[in-house]
Design a protein around this ligand. Structure first.
Ligand code: FPP
Length: 236
């Protein structure tokens, strides 16, 4: 196959281990990881990827020490502030999926303002998954459909895959919601409750490098890997 993936989803794993291996506090890994976010977003835009969804924070990550969480929200805000002009110039549209209302108010405010600022972008849909968990997302979709049935807006037989997808948090991506390529850094080979529905037919890549070492070069290697796959979607 000689095509770029349309939708790439990344689990950015290994910041803590990267810092620990160098004798730094964990947050230092997140700082370095933010630089990688900047570079990978730029490269994704450059090679014409239409959707890039980054797992920045899972529902389980709330268990981390308060100081680490504070650093993460600060970094996210700093990233947005520093990048919004370039993102706009490059036609990037920003989205958030997950329980955004659980985030600190100031982070929510800034994220929403940036989404508004970038709402006309059409080149790359950049989505941060924040306090996101796929099982919750699927249950919420099931509840919304059940409600429509109870209210008589929908019959049970009308619940199809397409109807279901309309209620997932990635529905704004339309057909591009389907993940073509999922990457998890740090050598861990798990999907960890990320985009479970959307990645049903995804190709996977598990580079050994930790996220702070996942350079543009490494990303290009991953994309090369994808191009060498034969995707049959259950056919022959
Ligand atoms: C996983 O590494 C990483 C995270 C939980 C946070 C990801 C956040 C960033 C890359 C920086 C945030 C910035 C933006 C712009 C979204 P880990 O801490 O779980 O590493 P470990 O498995 O080695 O402990």
């Amino acid at each position: 196959m000689n095509q770029s993936p349309r939708h790439v989803a990344i689990i950015m794993d290994g910041n803590g281990r990267w810092a620990k291996a160098r004798g730094y506090p964990r947050f230092y890994g997140h700082i370095r990881g933010t630089t990688r976010v900047r570079e990978i977003v730029r490269e994704a835009h450059r090679v014409g990827i239409q959707a890039l969804t980054l797992y920045a924070f899972s529902t389980e990550n709330w268990k981390r020490p308060a100081e680490e969480l504070t650093v993460l929200w600060k970094l996210l805000r700093k990233y947005i502030r520093r990048e919004v002009i370039e993102l706009k110039r490059n036609g990037v549209r920003l989205h958030m999926i997950g329980e955004i209302n659980r985030l600190p108010q100031d982070a929510q405010r800034e994220l929403r303002a940036a989404m508004e600022e970038l709402k006309d972008g059409t080149k790359l849909h950049l989505t941060f998954a924040l306090s996101y968990g796929a099982r919750t997302e699927i249950i919420e979709a099931a509840k919304a459909l059940a409600n429509e049935c109870v209210q008589g807006k929908l019959t049970v037989d009308q619940i199809t895959e397409q109807e279901f997808e309309k209620h997932l948090s990635t529905s704004f991506l339309g057909e591009s919601a389907e993940v073509d390529f999922m990457i998890r850094t740090s050598g861990e080979k798990r999907i960890s409750n990320y985009l479970l529905w959307q990645s049903s037919y995804a190709e996977f890549d598990f580079p050994e490098v930790l996220w702070p070492d996942y350079s543009v070069e490494e990303f290009r290697k991953s994309l090369e890997n994808f191009k060498n796959r034969q995707r049959r979607f259950g056919g022959i």
